[in-house]
Design a protein around this ligand. Structure first.
Ligand code: FES
Length: 156
C-alpha cells in the first residue's frame, strides 16, 4: 500500500514543481512586465511653504523636466515635472517605487524611466506603464505663481 502511495505523492510533487517552474518563469521573464496600472497616487493639498523650482517658460506644454528642490531634511532632492497643458504642471517624487533608485526623464520614450531595472511611469499621473515597479510615483502639490512653478515638498 505504501509503495503505491509514495509514487503518487512523488508524482504530485513533481507536477507541482513543474507547474511552479512554469509560474516562476512566467513571473520572472526578463524582469519586465506590462504593469496592471494601479491607480495614481492622490495629489496632496499644498501645505507648508512652496518652492519656486523653475520658470514656467522653461517647461513647454508636453515637456518633462527634472528640477532640484529642498527637502525638510535640508537635502536637495530631484523632483520630476510634467506640463500637460498651459495652466498645469504636475510634480512627482523621483524615488522609484520598486527599490528606490532615482527615476529620471532620460528615456527613449515620452515617460519617466528608472534605469536600475527598467520601470517606466506615465507623466500624466505617475502610474507604472512597465515593471518591475507596481506602485505609482508619489506626488507633490504644485501651483503656478508669478510665472514660476511652485512645488510643495511633503514627506512621501
Ligand atoms: S529601482 Fe527602479 S526599477 Fe528597480
Amino acid at each position: 500500500m505504501t509503495d503505491f502511495a509514495q509514487p503518487a505523492r512523488r508524482t504530485v510533487m513533481c507536477a507541482s514543481a513543474a507547474l511552479g517552474s512554469v509560474a516562476l518563469l512566467t513571473a520572472c521573464g526578463d524582469g519586465h512586465s506590462e504593469a496592471q496600472a494601479p491607480e495614481a497616487s492622490p495629489v496632496p493639498s499644498p501645505t507648508g511653504e512652496g518652492q519656486a523650482v523653475i520658470a514656467l517658460s522653461e517647461i513647454e506644454v508636453g515637456a518633462r523636466a527634472t528640477v532640484q528642490a529642498k527637502h525638510s531634511s535640508g537635502a536637495e532632492i530631484p523632483v520630476l515635472l510634467f506640463r500637460p497643458d498651459e495652466k498645469t504642471v504636475l510634480a512627482y517624487s523621483s524615488v522609484c517605487t520598486h527599490q528606490g533608485c532615482v527615476v529620471t526623464t532620460k528615456s527613449t520614450k515620452e515617460d519617466f524611466f528608472c534605469a536600475c531595472h527598467g520601470s517606466r511611469f506615465q507623466p500624466s499621473d505617475g502610474t507604472v506603464t512597465d515593471g518591475p515597479a507596481i506602485a505609482p510615483l508619489g506626488r507633490y502639490a504644485t501651483e503656478i505663481k508669478d510665472d514660476q512653478v511652485v512645488v510643495f515638498i511633503t514627506e512621501s
